[in-house]
Ligand binder design. Structure first.
Ligand code: ATP
Ligand code: MG
Length: 813
């Protein structure tokens, strides 16, 4: 029956808790205290099974050990939402009522009751009468809430309207004070129409009673208006309501809360709010749902770090030492971080400097954040924004919502326990936006030094000062980040590592980290540089070192197993030869890219959120009429740039005197393999043009060359993004010649040395230059024709009269 009780009709062996003076209705969240040992055991049993429990009221609350005849046979199945051990032997529990159900049989009575229960079917009787009655009951309920000055008036009614009539009647029944028998009666009534009739009657009566009590004692009513406490006393017939709690607990709790508020050293506004809330709590029936809400709120207020701070370390040398201790290389990045730290020391609140780490996965963005916290002596918290789509997730829900919570910013600050942690906002580029309000604009406020000293969380409802938090933002890509957010950040790019850097990181960081984590000593495991290199080449293909770390972990795991089997002294040596024994056959072999030069195949450098990568563009001729097909999951922009490349080539064929029968005899098909990864961007333009011209001219493209650049119709080469990432990927794959747009020249400063030494980078302006470098032979030129790219229009003119030209179709596709 495990896990299935929640939705089944018959519930076998469900633990039962008899309730004193309390009826729980379906669709309501109810807190109560459990003190009897049998009930606590029932609760524990349910909690470890499927969290489903059966709740039914005792007919007489004063009976300590009720038997079957003392317990109403209709109750409710409920799910345990939370249990909290309170100080003594009691448990606080919050349950959510699920369905009306009847006790069929008591299956066991010791150490707690287990029963067989059957869900009671709701009678579906929506009629014109029930619609009218529902309206009337809602209006009465609203009056009632106003009369008792329920603080949540504005939210309860709208929230209520979203429910079905069945649920509405149950929620109202649980909110309105009435004798227990009346509540039980409402619970036992399966027809919602019938319940509406009862509620109509009960509410009218209650409202009359309240008015009458005002009239009797108008002074008092005026003095306090009617606090909930008054109401409870006036309208609760003795023995009804929710006196499950013991009154004598209350003064202590209130006094304790007051002391805690005083100790929390809140700013004046917050403190005043807190004291007011304590006062409200004092006036509430202690076990009411409202009191729980109020207590939670006070807990939050009290536990926030209003004044608590970490002592900041200011020694720059020490900071530098720690940064170096945690990360290999990244010199430029570390330098920027140190600059940033020194500015923060000089200027108290330097404006608008929030570090933004941008780069592919596994390059150390998150771990740098942690390292900065260590270097500055602050606490570290991380919040992943991936999938956050709702403003309320950042800024919280108003307390009037059932189950409201503060937003994640406040939650994290509480977790940090200090008001000046390093706060890493991970994956801002994965944050999504939709109709429920824009999380980005809430985030803007968090990051805005002008506003964040008075950050207002909807739940906390009083300003919290975030100005001393050191925010760091990370993302894989810049593009998806809202522009105003980018403007707030000081962007630091981490493009990825060269093979050599990866080797150093593996040797000096990842190995010792993972060996430590697996309890291995240097004597247990040795791995040579050659084996690490083989591992990097054969088992990973990435800009960062995440898979590298994973593979190292799996080696460590294997070794641990052997050490456990063979004894502490056991030692393993990983060599290039036995590496496969540890990791299986290599996942990546030097691919196509290494092989012979091919006609119609050009190598492009692409840039995705995973870093740089090489793409193979294949062009083929098929029988047809000069059409152009593209396959391989190409995004819209890439398709457009392919069309542009194709049009350029069509303009070029007469000049080059190649494939002049293109439009009559064949179609061109361009395919980019590894079709599962979507490809996007304009930077494939020159590669596609190269592949087509190579095909038409029957001249191979050099496999040593990779390229990236946008193409215009006239064959100009425009700049593109992600240069460092692209070059790193090309280098990783053994490419030694790169073609890039001239306008990308500024991107070439601070290239890793190894790239500068090992690669020839050609910066070009025109497609003709690209072809000269990329093709293995020079293109044929018409004798005497020394013009470069020529506009198709002019071309046509010079060839007017020639048969082919006159038949050329319009240059559209
Ligand atoms: N330069 C480096 N020196 C030492 N260790 C590094 C270096 N770069 C990355 N690492 C290690 O690589 C692992 C992955 O890094 P991290 O989780 O910080 O990546 P990330 O950039 O945040 O990736 P993602 O975008 O997927 O979140 C971590 O264990 C980190 O310590
Ligand atoms: Mg990360």
């Amino acid at each position: 029956m495990q896990d299935s009780n929640e939705h089944s009709e018959i519930l076998r062996n469900i633990p039962l808790i008899p309730l004193r003076d309390l009826v729980v209705f379906p669709g309501t969240l109810v807190p109560f205290i459990v003190g009897r040992s049998s009930s606590i055991q029932a609760l524990e049993k349910a909690a470890e099974k499927d969290k489903m429990i059966f709740l039914s009221a005792q007919m007489d609350a004063s009976v300590d050990n009720p038997t079957a005849k003392d317990i109403y046979s209709v109750g409710v199945t409920a799910k345990i939402i939370r249990t909290i051990k309170s100080d003594d032997k009691n448990m606080k529990v919050i349950v959510e009522g699920k369905s009306r159900a009847r006790i069929v049989e008591y299956l066991s009575t010791y150490p707690y009751y287990q029963i067989l229960a059957k869900v009671v079917k709701e009678v579906d009787d929506h009629t014109a009468e029930s619609r009218d009655l529902l309206k009337r009951v809602l209006a009465l309920f609203e009056d009632y809430l106003k009369l008792i000055q329920n603080a949540n008036l504005d939210s309860i009614i709208p929230a209520l309207r979203e429910n079905t009539p069945e649920r509405i009647t149950d929620i109202i029944a649980s909110h309105v004070y009435m004798p227990l028998e009346e509540k039980q009666n409402l619970l036992e009534t399966a027809s919602s129409l019938e319940r509406l009739r009862r509620l109509n009657y009960v509410l009218e009566n209650e409202i009359l009673k309240i008015h009458a009590s005002y009239q009797k004692d108008p002074q008092r009513a005026n003095r306090r208006r009617v606090s909930l406490k008054d109401q409870a006393q006036k309208t609760f017939p003795p023995g009804s309501g929710s006196p499950v709690c013991r009154k004598e607990d209350q003064p202590n709790e209130i006094e304790e809360l007051r002391q805690k508020v005083a100790k929390a050293k809140m700013p004046p506004d917050a403190e005043e709010k807190a004291y007011k809330e304590v006062e409200r709590l004092e006036a509430m029936p202690p076990m009411s749902a409202e009191a729980t809400v109020s207590r939670n709120y006070l807990d939050w207020l009290i536990s926030l770090p209003w004044v608590k701070k970490s002592r900041e370390k200011r020694e720059l040398k020490e900071a530098e030492r720690i940064l170096n201790e945690d990360h290999h290389g990244l010199d430029k990045v570390k330098e920027r971080i140190l600059e940033y730290l020194s500015i923060r020391q000089l200027v108290k609140n330097p404006r608008g400097v929030i570090l933004g780490f941008i780069g592919p996965p596994g390059v150390g963005k998150s771990s740098l954040g942690k390292s900065i916290a260590r270097a500055t002596g602050r606490k570290f918290v991380r919040l992943s924004l991936g999938g956050v789509r709702d403003e309320a997730e950042i800024r919280g829900h108003r307390r009037t919502y059932i189950g409201a919570y503060p937003g994640r910013i406040i939650q994290m600050v509480k977790r940090a326990g200090t008001k000046n942690p390093v706060f890493l906002l991970d994956e801002v580029d994965k944050m999504s936006m939709d109709f429920r309000g824009d999380p980005a604009s809430a985030l803007m406020e968090v990051l805005d030094p002008e506003q964040n000293s008075t950050f207002l969380d909807h739940y906390i409802d009083t300003d919290f000062d975030l100005s001393q938090v050191m925010f760091i933002v990370t993302a894989n890509m810049v593009d998806p980040i809202p522009k105003p957010l980018i403007d707030r950040m000081e962007i630091i790019r981490l493009p990825g590592y060269t093979e050599d850097e990866k080797l150093q990181i593996a040797k000096r960081f990842l190995m010792s980290k993972q060996m430590g984590a697996h309890g291995l000593t240097e004597a247990n495991l040795k791995i040579s540089d050659q084996s690490l290199l083989k591992l990097i080449r054969g088992y990973t293909r990435e800009a960062g070192v995440r898979s590298l770390e994973r593979e190292i972990t799996s080696i460590c795991r294997k070794v641990v197993k052997r050490v456990v089997q063979k004894g502490r002294e056991h030692s393993e040596k990983v060599t290039p030869k036995n590496l496969e024994g540890f990791l299986g056959i290599p996942k990546f072999r030097r691919s196509e890219f290494d092989k012979r030069d091919e006609v119609g195949v050009a190598t492009g450098m692409a840039w995705t959120e995973f870093g740089g990568e090489l793409l193979r563009f294949e062009a083929n001729k098929i029988h047809g009429k000069g059409n152009f097909t593209l396959t391989g999951q190409l995004g819209e922009i890439m398709q457009e740039s392919a069309q542009t490349a194709f049009s350029f080539v069509r303009g070029k064929i007469y000049e080059l005197d190649i494939a002049r029968d293109l439009h009559r005899n064949f179609d061109i098909h361009i395919h980019v393999p590894e079709g599962s990864t979507p490809k996007e961007g304009p930077s494939a333009g020159i590669t596609i043009a190269t592949a087509i011209i190579s095909l038409l001219a029957d001249i191979a493209v050099s496999k040593k060359v990779a390229m990236s650049g946008e193409i215009t119709l006239k064959g100009k080469v425009l700049p593109v993004g992600g240069i460092k990432e692209k070059l790193l990927a090309a280098h990783r794959e053994g490419i030694r010649v790169a073609i890039l747009p001239l306008d990308n020249k500024p991107d070439l400063k601070d290239l890793p040395k190894i790239l500068k030494q090992n690669m020839t980078i050609h910066l070009v302006e025109t497609m003709d230059e690209v072809l000269k470098i990329a093709l293995t032979r020079e293109l044929p030129k018409k004798p005497g024709d020394d013009r470069d790219a020529m506009a198709p229009e002019a071309e046509r003119k010079t060839r007017a009269g020639e048969e082919e030209a006159s038949k050329e179709p319009p240059l559209t596709n």
